[in-house]
Design a protein around this ligand. Structure first.
Ligand code: ACM
Length: 642
């Protein structure tokens, strides 16, 4: 804040908490006044059609008396490159807005910021200087377990651009589906997809849609494991005799490509040659996770890790032959591979640092698994460069026992390119996917974009609630489908009692759902209460904060009155919900949960003194119908604290 009058600096600091921006810019300084023109007229200097397209969403171009000037020094690469300059400065003054950026990408990021500032119409005068902390800020989406149609992809790309994410990692094949048309090997999509695949015309359309929004598209074809859908059409590629079919359930399965068969590499050469033409990005993801090696062992290839590394060496040469850099999940990490590949760390942060130490580039996904159903705040605190490894990967417990390694050097830290949020869709449908991705992903987008010290959870949550509504404008259904699914469950638009319960639960994570109901398949409808409920409900967060404030702040009667309002509503809820559930088979499974919830609220309302070992509290801890009652700890505290 150099050269700023002291008074203005104070204004800037005081106002800071009130900015509705996500991600927060690197520098933001309030100025006096507002820009309140209702019509925008732009003058663009430099840049390319990406900037023009973005501007056309807001107003007129080539105006004689512009009130919004955009100055772009270089158009930027036609195929977006990793590490291109995305910085910009944005100056809003009462009569004029000026956006300056070194590249078209920077201009897009500046316009995304402007769009958030403009929600209220009048834009407060402000000076913003902004740039990303990490060059690789992605969303990984699995479309194999449940196919996601093009309109789902496009609205999510719009939302990604709105929060400055710049990589769409498209998980296009797995045991449960092969989702791209191949003209070279048509049995891949014909026999591996139930007809649910993207045509090459659709792929090109999505890649261009993403490009215009400053988003790279990295395709993933997961091999040599997770490959059953390939083998449905081409069983001769497998390490054990077929026939094979698409797998309809979830887990780690045996079907694996045969690393000892030269024909497999010929096939992959033809396939990768075709796909690299379709996907212009410099990176090509080959999966590589969860290879169980059973089929390999059966044919004498006993050292799974070594065999996998040998396979990856050959695969990397094919990928490189088509001008691409290979990317894979952290299982592919091996000294035998060239250092220009990218490691995607999913089992814990340790592999990311190990990769960086050994000269590889890497991105973090451990800790950003949306299907773990963690709150935005939990994931927000996971940092790609935090070597203490708060990341909640699967190896969390074993990592905790590993002795600490020396800190990374500056050079090694630079190899950590950023991260990707992961959306796996075993228990997610096109109807529910937005509510699993958003708004939580916006918080992680801030972790990837904003300065390292951006860690105010309360302010993040405030802005997250704002962002959730803001994102509605991109056609996302995380809010609208909630209401619609509640109405469908209730068989009526009178959903208040059902919503009261749905607002205080968290859908079970992948593991819980798998344990509680063993017969899920790809065809099981995902339209139950658990699918309707949303992760990180704002009601849970707000109620928990209120209870904390009550106990930490000397039991203020004013806070208690607010708490009691909730408790009265909730204590009376079960009677209404039981009636509603009478002729609704879809609601039968939540009757016991509703009863526990209201009983717990009534106990909390009585105001303390119950024994902590009361059966009610034990019952409230148990998941029911694959959901958890997330206000149970706060209610228990109220009921038991004298
Ligand atoms: C993964 O979650 N298996 C990469």
């Amino acid at each position: 804040m150099k050269n700023f009058p002291a008074l203005l600096v104070l204004t800037a600091l005081a106002a800071h908490a009130q900015w509705n921006l996500m991600p927060l810019p690197a520098v933001i300084e309030a100025k006096k006044g507002t820009f309140n023109a209702t019509k925008l007229s732009f003058q663009i200097t430099g840049g390319d059609m990406r900037v023009q397209r973005a501007v056309d969403e807001y107003g007129q171009r080539d105006a004689t008396a512009p009130n919004f000037t955009i100055q772009v020094l270089q158009p930027g690469a036609a195929v977006q490159q990793l590490g291109e300059d995305e910085s910009y400065t944005l100056d809003v003054d009462p009569g004029i807005i000026r956006l300056k950026a070194p590249t078209s990408l920077g201009a897009l990021r500046g316009l995304a910021t402007f769009a958030q500032l403009r929600v209220k119409g009048a834009v407060p005068a402000v000076h913003i200087e902004d740039r990303p902390r990490f060059p690789w800020r992605g969303l990984h989406l699995d479309v194999a377990r449940h196919f996601m149609p093009v309109d789902v992809i496009k609205r999510n790309l719009d939302a990604m651009a709105a929060v400055k994410l710049n990589v769409f990692h498209w998980h296009l094949s797995d045991d449960q589906g092969f989702r791209v048309e191949s003209k070279v090997y048509p049995k891949l999509h014909e026999m591996g997809s139930d007809g649910l695949y993207y045509t090459q015309v659709q792929i090109k359309d999505v890649v261009e849609y993403a490009r215009l929004r400053g988003i790279r598209v990295v395709p993933e074809f997961d091999i040599p494991g997770h490959a059953a859908s390939w083998l449905a059409g081409y069983p001769e590629l497998a390490a054990a005799p077929g026939p094979y079919q698409i797998i309809r359930t979830w887990g780690i399965f045996d079907p694996t490509l045969d690393p000892s068969n030269p024909k497999v590499y010929e096939f992959l050469d033809g396939f990768i040659g075709e796909m690299t033409k379709l996907f212009p990005d410099a990176y090509f993801h080959i999966g590589g996770d969860e290879v169980n090696g059973k089929q390999w062992k059966a044919k004498g290839l006993t050292n799974t890790e070594a065999v996998h590394a040998g396979f990856n060496q050959k695969l990397q040469k094919i990928v490189a032959k088509y001008g691409k850099r290979m990317e894979g999940w952290d299982e592919i990490l091996s000294d035998s591979l060239p250092r220009n590949i990218v490691i995607q760390s999913w089992r814990g942060q340790k592999s990311l640092f190990e990769a960086a130490r050994n000269g590889f580039s890497g991105i973090l996904s451990a800790g950003y698994y949306l299907d773990h159903m963690d709150t935005a705040a939990t994931m927000y605190l996971v940092d790609p460069l935090d070597e203490k490894g708060r990341a909640s990967g699967m190896l969390r417990s074993t990592e905790a026992k590993t002795p600490p390694s020396p800190p990374l050097t500056e050079e090694q830290r630079k190899r950590i390119l950023g991260g990707e949020v992961c959306m796996w869709v075993e228990y997610v449908s096109p109807e529910t996917v937005d509510s699993r991705i958003w708004p939580r992903t916006a918080a992680i987008a801030e972790r990837f974009w904003s300065p390292e010290g951006t860690k105010d959870i309360a302010d993040m949550n405030r802005r997250l609630d704002w962002t959730s509504t803001y994102l509605d404008r991109f056609g996302l259904k995380h809010n609208t489908n909630y209401q619609m699914m509640l109405e469908r469950l209730a068989g009526s638009n009178n959903v208040a009692a059902l919503k009261n319960l749905a607002d205080v639960v968290t859908p079970g994570d992948l593991g819980l759902r798998h344990r509680m109901k063993r017969d899920y398949t790809q065809q099981t409808p995902l339209d139950r209460f658990v699918d309707t409920a949303r992760p990180d409900s704002p009601v849970i967060r707000q109620f928990n904060a209120l209870v904390e404030q009550y106990f930490d702040g000397g039991k203020s009667p004013k806070v208690r009155a607010q708490i009691d309002q909730w408790l009265k509503l909730w204590a009376a809820n079960d009677a209404i919900l039981q009636q509603m559930a009478e002729n609704r088979p879809a609601l039968a499974e939540i009757k016991p949960l509703s009863k526990t919830f209201s009983a717990l609220a009534a106990a909390a309302l009585k105001g303390g003194g119950m024994r902590a070992d009361d059966a009610l509290f034990q019952t409230a801890k148990q998941p029911v119908a694959e959901v958890r009652l997330s206000v149970a700890p706060a209610l228990t505290r109220l009921a038991t604290t004298p």
